[in-house]
Design a protein. Sequence first.
Lengths: 98, 931
Amino acid sequence: MTIEKIVNGSVLTMNIGGRLDTTTAPELEAAIDASLAGIEELTLDLEALEYVSSAGLRVILKAQKIMNAQGEMKLIHVNETIMEVFDITGFVDILTIE
Amino acid sequence: MFNLLKFAAATLLPVVFAVFFYHLEKKPSFLDFPHKKRQLIIGLAFGVLTIFANEFSISSGGVPMNVCDAAPLVAGLIFGGPAGIIAGIIGGMERWFAVYWGADIYTRTACTLGTILAGFLGAAVRKYMLDDKKPSWVYGLAMGITAEVMHMLLVFLTNISDIAQAFSVVKICAMPMITANGLSVMLSALVISRLGKEHLRKAENVQNISQTFQRWLAVCVLIAFACTGFLTYTLQNRLANNSADELLLLNMEDVRNDINEASDRNILNNAKEIALHTTIDTTSEELVQMAETYGIAEINLIDKNGIIIATTYPDFLGYDMASGKQSSTFIPLLKGTKSIVQSYQPTSFDPSLSRKYAGVAIEGGAIQIGYDAVQFQADIQTQVMDTVRYRHVGQDGYIVICDENWNVVRGKSGESTIQLTPIDTDLIPENTRYIGELYGENTYCVYTKAEGYYIITALPQSAAMFNRDIAVYILMFMEITVFASLFALVYFLIKRLVVDNIREINRSLAKITGGNLDVTVNVRSNEEFASLSDDINSTVVTLKRYISEAEARIDKELEFAKSIQHSALPSVFPPYPHRKDFEIFASMDTAKEVGGDFYDFYLLNDDRIAFLIADVSGKGIPAAMFMMTAKTLIKDFAESGMEVNDAFTRANAKLCEGNDAGMFVTAWMGYLDLKTGLLSYANAGHNPPVICRKDGTFEYLRTRPNFILAGMEGIKYKKHELQLFPGDQIYLYTDGVTEAQDVNNQLYGEARLLDVLNNNRTSDVTSLCKAVHADVDVFAGEADQFDDITMLAFKLHFLKNGGTLTVSPDMASVSYVTDFLESQLEKLEVPMKVANRIKIATDEIYSNIVRYSGAESASVHCDIKKTTLSLIFRDNGKPYNPLENDDPDITSSAEDREIGGLGVFMVKKMMDSVEYEHTDGWNVLTMRMNI
């Protein structure tokens, strides 16, 4: 998977590519853990992401929880497959998807 | 007799001392003393021995004799220079002072100097001629003799003003002392050399230059000595004889002349007296009367015709004087000669009768008178005695006068009445020297007859030969000294100029031939050796250049050979980057530039890989060449589709052909079916490989090996089989690993190999190999690498058989499964949306199997039948049906959300059907999706 971080003051944009599954989720988790301090606005750009499995959902959920406490988080460019996963799992209700 | 014993004892004592100190010198306790101290002790001991010899001197004919030079010589020659010098000085000093308690004063200086000289002589010869080694008996004898001869010369030199007495001393003591000293030193050297079994100066069968030279030099010196000795003796003898002859004859002639003169005067006086009383007419009766008056034997009256006309002997009447030789002497009286005297001789008339005649001319004839010897000898006795009385023949010679019957008239010291043994005058003519015994000694004599006397001049032989003997002795002694010095000098020079230089060169050459080409020969003491040294050095330099050129060339070629050999082996790792189902790594570290080990691996087809390791006997180029052949043959046969054992069988047959060098190869080769995991292998005498099952430990795979390759024709190799599973590892090696040696020649060993493998069993194969190599290096330490170190490690990750992938369910395997499905979905041309769902499902299900099932094996299968895609997971973990779980709450807030169960829930939602069953210990989850 690929992770690209763009920091603009307290605004962080992460471009996530590839697939987010059991194998790659820990990588994203580590990236998020290391980047969120002082961030008030987190944007996850999923344009290049193929799919997300439950392991990826866990990381996204974790990020959402953190951002709930210190600002806000949104997901952009979510493709059909991922959107389906968010639908099935009810994640559409707790995420801000643009 | 007692003297002889004393002399013998003094001769043998140095031998006894030599033996004693020889043994003492072998004693470690004595050797603890420093060298100087030991020399001092030995020097003192032999000094005491010299004193003893001085005091032990015996006297022969008033001349003292001793064996005082032997001890310092023995000390110097056998035990070392300082000891000899000390002993000589002690002995010499004692001899000087020994005069105060009765030693001979005449030879004081000579003996003192001689003894000191002997010590120095021994020291010098040992140092300069014997290379500080013990002498052979020949040297001992020569040294003993030479030293003593010099001692004798010293006697002459120190008494040069009284050479005669010096000679008389030397003449008596020379032979015994020279013999005794020579024997003493010779025996010492002989006994010591026999004791030590040191065949001194003759260690090799081939004589060295100095020995040959020494021998010939000795022969030359001896011949020269003999020649000059003989010449000297002959010359001096001839000179002495000539001067004796001259002396004897001269004196004899003088005496004879004196006697003749006296006798002639006497008879002539009588003849003149008688002539006064005689005329030509005197009758025979008157003549008889006169003969009686004058005491004359015979008077003859001769007329002018030479006829006896009157005579005291009637028979003579009418005798013609001219008719006899003796009588005709008187004819000149008739022709004007006044008087004639004849020596005492046989008469012409009667040759048996000797007479002395004188004649005087008278008017008309002549008168002749004749004496018998007795008659005139009485007249001239006094004159004869006077003639001899003041006459000496040389210093010690004398004159003896005898009458006709050898009654001595005048002896050596005056009147005498003895009778000499008559000389056979026919055998020894007059005026000829002969040796007779006179007055009890051999004497040179010459005799002559004069007037009825025998005059004998005599010179005792000893006196005649005194000068000769002195000359011969001194010359001989000088010659011995000179020749000995010459021998020593020439030998020393040759040794110094030639032999030592040759030895020096040989020492350098030995180093050079021993491999040290940096040694230079540097003997510059003379031009020849300097040029030889230069030639050798330049030869070595040229040789060195050639060698380094050759080395450089060989190095370059070996470097080429090495790169060829290494490039013949697969050396790019990973070798098949696109293949994830296995890992392979191999390395070869040759002991020399090129080696005889090799490894190899190749894909026989997509689903089968062959890998092998082999070890050719020997090392270096031959092994490398054989290795190339073996490697190529095996690969050719393996790739031609043969089973592993058949490939070995064929390769063996080929390798046996024309294997004149008798090389052989041990090899292990395996084929692994990457679909089923079945390993088939053959072993041609190679070390057992090491196998590590997933989650197990490394163990030797011991199966009975077949015979080595190229060892014997017609060997049929056996195929063995072993089932491998994903996660299994196999490690191949050559004996360069297990038989690596440390500095104490301990072998690395199989146990240690097993330990290091097990300690690294979770590493990848590259790290595994490197860990083993590092451990071998640590073990070997400073010890040289003796053999090629070659190894190959293989690890199986998964098996892929069509649409089914078999793995060992661990974290690493997740990516294998993911990659497999991706490629499989691509192959099946599944639409992306469906594919993504399948991938999500796979991730959810397989990650659960990895985490929770505890399975050892798992497989995933994916295919499409008609329009239905099937995805089947199997695992042999604990029975678990994920479909039985409740669906998770998907409506709660982010803070309250649980992730658990979400995965299976997603799968159920996304798949058209999901079924679970448990059969034969396997969980089987089948998902289907219509496309």
